[in-house]
Design a protein around this ligand. Structure first.
Ligand code: ASP
Length: 448
């Protein structure tokens, strides 16, 4: 059994919806279909979720919201017309939106969630009708009734553990189930949404709950690229990677999906396949719990800017019991999280996202000076992290040498190297201005 999720661009209009019907019909294992709200039809378009947020804001501000409401209705009307569905579909959606506005309670965050959730909810109803009309009987599933129970952190809700057992019952259904993504319901019956992009989370929860053989996540790329295609022309595609590899890559800028979104599927060890709605015969990228490490193989190279390093020198630091703890405690007390802490005998550095130090840098440096009495402390901004990731890298001698030789040949000065404790990645810090050169150099070394 497969759980299939289609993102906003895959359900943006009738043409795309017809594609997803064909995709689901082509494989009888595709039984639970999670859908987003209609996304962008072209790059200058606006997602229905953003239209709904604008509408809700107008309502909250007490402004005239009629035009904003009609903009949302128009998106569904276009889909209804092009799919040749009954006109009543649109009237129902309009009445639903007006009902949500009229029944607004006193909690504005909850109201915002109710409005946002209508995007996927109404789309799922329309898509279920479209399936049935084209000869593939399908049923809309109401997430709250099915047992998608969420915490009441509106806009940022989390699934409650008891949901899994309840949702497992969906396995017994014989029809194709169309399940709206992005939202569920609190124990007191209020609609609540996950963070933006949360339909991925819905799919991962369902895949875990029904113990799916695969969680297919359809988007608009054939596969995940081993490097950022905006930086490298025609980067190689990744056929298969492990959850750990994906997490390491996602951490530094891999944008196909938010790695935290798939945690439920990862915990349940459901393999994930990323596929293209516009080219479904392409094999896609598999993300699996384990794979046999290939000798020396690098699966991907990612990078992100916006980091800084605090360098601290103190003679005989290695003898000073508790130095590291006290340093990290200062950061903790200042509510700063860190990314890496490479250290030497007499020095320690902490890499963190620069925005963490905004408005706090002087205070943090002053505390470190006073409480740890270092010989020297400097903060360097404008750093990028470049990650080289691959299971099996660890077993292969010469990987770091290969990378550093590539940097030398391209004139990139390395600020820092860290072979992660995970043993599946190497992290290099370079100046922001060297980031693109560094990635190209590594791409040449590892993929050509
Ligand atoms: N429609 C929601 C958003 O735009 C959720 C999703 O598409 O995953 O964030």
């Amino acid at each position: 059994m497969k759980v299939v999720k289609f993102g906003g661009s895959s359900v943006a209009n009738a043409e795309q919806i017809s594609k997803i019907i064909d995709i689901v019909a082509a494989d009888s294992a595709r039984r639970i279909v999670v859908v987003s709200a209609p996304g962008k039809r072209h790059s200058a378009d606006t997602k229905v979720t953003d239209l709904l947020i604008a509408l809700a804001n107008k309502v909250l501000a007490g402004e005239d919201y009629e035009a904003a409401l009609q903009e949302v209705v128009a998106r569904y009307a276009e889909i209804q017309k092009d799919l040749d569905l009954p006109e009543a579909v649109v009237a129902t959606i309009e009445a639903d939106l007006r009902g949500r506005i009229e029944n607004r309670g006193s909690n504005d965050l909850q109201f915002m969630d109710t409005m946002k959730a209508s995007g996927e909810d109404n789309n799922a109803k329309v898509i279920a009708e479209a399936f049935t009309k084209s000869g593939h009987p399908a049923k809309y599933v109401n997430p709250g009734e099915a047992g998608m129970l969420l915490s009441d952190e509106f806009g940022n809700a989390e699934v409650l553990p008891e949901s899994f057992e309840k949702l497992a019952r969906l396995k017994g259904e014989s029809e194709i189930l169309i399940f709206p993504g992005f939202f569920g319901c609190t124990k007191s019956g209020d609609v609540a949404t996950f963070p933006r992009g949360g339909s991925d989370i819905t799919g991962a929860i369902l895949a875990a709950a029904v113990k799916a053989d695969v969680y297919e996540n359809f988007t608009d790329v054939d596969s995940v690229c081993a490097m950022d295609p905006r930086v490298i022309d025609n980067p190689p595609a990744i056929d298969c990677m492990t959850y750990r590899e994906m997490r390491e890559l996602a951490y530094a800028g891999f944008g196909v999906f938010h790695d935290e979104a798939i945690i439920p599927a990862v915990r349940a060890e459901v393999p994930i396949c990323i596929k293209n709605t516009n080219n479904p015969s392409a094999p896609g990228t598999m993300v699996v719990p384990r794979r046999k490490p290939e000798h020396g193989s690098v699966v991907g190279i990612s990078s992100a800017d916006g980091f800084c390093a605090i360098y601290i020198d103190k003679y005989m630091m290695n003898r000073e019991v508790g130095f590291g703890r006290r340093l990290l405690q200062i950061l903790e007390e200042e509510e700063i999280s860190f990314e890496h802490t490479p250290s030497g005998i007499d020095n320690m550095s902490v890499i963190l996202r620069s925005d963490q130090l905004a408005n706090k840098e002087a205070a943090v440096v002053a505390r470190i000076k006073e409480e740890l009495q270092p010989d020297n402390i400097t903060v360097e901004h404008g750093l990028s992290l470049v990650m080289v990731v691959g299971e099996g890298m660890h077993y292969t001698p010469g990987m770091a040498a290969k990378a550093t030789e590539a940097f030398r040949a391209s004139g990139v000065n390395l600020e820092m190297i860290n072979q992660g404790a995970s043993e599946i990645s190497m992290m290099f810090a370079v100046k922001d201005s060297d980031r693109v050169i560094a990635i190209r150099a590594l791409g040449g070394a590892f993929f050509h």
